[in-house]
Write a protein that binds this ligand. Structure first.
Ligand code: ADE
Length: 240
């Protein structure tokens, strides 16, 4: 998979050299390219923004600069992502869908955002998604780009060593929060690991984990239970 990120702060994306994403890049599983938007400016000051028409606070990113950048970076098969608090909410399901894309381009806005004609223009020519991490405001799209790249990259075949860990994790195939996990020592500061996990009884352990996942989800995120497909529930779910 290829991902291009365009930003006025390319250094912000440096963590993508580290850990699993860094290894995926080194192994050739992910072709990640980070670009400085100012490379597409055409004035001495490398200007990327200007004052908003209609007045008001802050600055807006110029469509001509973004247009030159995106014309160079987009391919016919690419999906353009524009992080924005006004976008569609990013979830694990979104990450799963985008992990199947050939090419993603992330356009990181700053200041008051990118001139609205940019999304309009590219949406008429290809696939564009304005994407939000959640209901809060960040200073720009770079943190969202980090989140989207990491969440998508770890779903690419070969990136996570044991693909089974993708099934049971929070928001995984079951759509539940993950059960609590423990390691040695079995007793710490008066807190004991639940006996069932030391029992070696695989069926009981699996049942306990499923019950804990359901209990946690019901207590912390009941909205996730209503999103689940009731046809996918089995008898054990209904006993909880
Ligand atoms: N840019 C600013 N706020 C954002 C958010 N909540 N999600 C994605 N991009 C953003």
């Amino acid at each position: 998979m290829r991902i291009d990120v365009v930003s006025i702060f390319p250094e912000y994306l440096a963590p993508l050299d580290l850990s699993l994403v860094g290894k995926a890049r080194a192994a050739g599983l992910l072709d990640l390219r980070v670009h400085d938007l100012r490379g597409w400016t055409d004035d001495r000051h490398r200007t990327v923004d200007d004052t908003p028409f209609g007045g008001g606070a802050g600055m807006v990113m110029r469509p001509d600069v973004w247009g030159r950048a995106l014309d160079d970076v987009l391919t016919p098969e690419a999906r353009l992502l524009v992080p924005s608090p006004a976008g569609e909410r990013f979830t694990q399901r979104t990450a799963e869908r985008w992990a199947g894309e050939e090419h993603l381009v992330v356009a990181c806005g700053r200041y008051e955002g990118i001139d609205a004609r940019v999304v309009e223009h590219y949406a008429a020519r290809g696939r564009v998604t304005e994407v939000s991490l959640g209901d809060y405001v960040l200073n720009g799209g770079e943190v969202a780009a980090l989140v989207v790249v990491e969440a998508v990259a770890r779903l690419l075949p070969g990136v996570v060593g044991n693909p089974e860990s993708l099934v049971e994790e929070s928001h995984g195939a079951a759509g539940l929060l993950e059960y609590p996990v423990y390691t040695k020592p079995p007793s710490w500061q008066g807190h004991d690991v639940p006996d069932v996990l030391l029992s070696g009884h695989h069926a009981r352990i699996a049942r306990w984990r499923r019950d804990e996942a359901l209990r946690r989800t019901a207590a912390r995120r009941p909205d996730l239970l209503t999103l689940r497909d009731p046809q996918g529930w089995d008898r054990r779910d209904l006993e909880v």
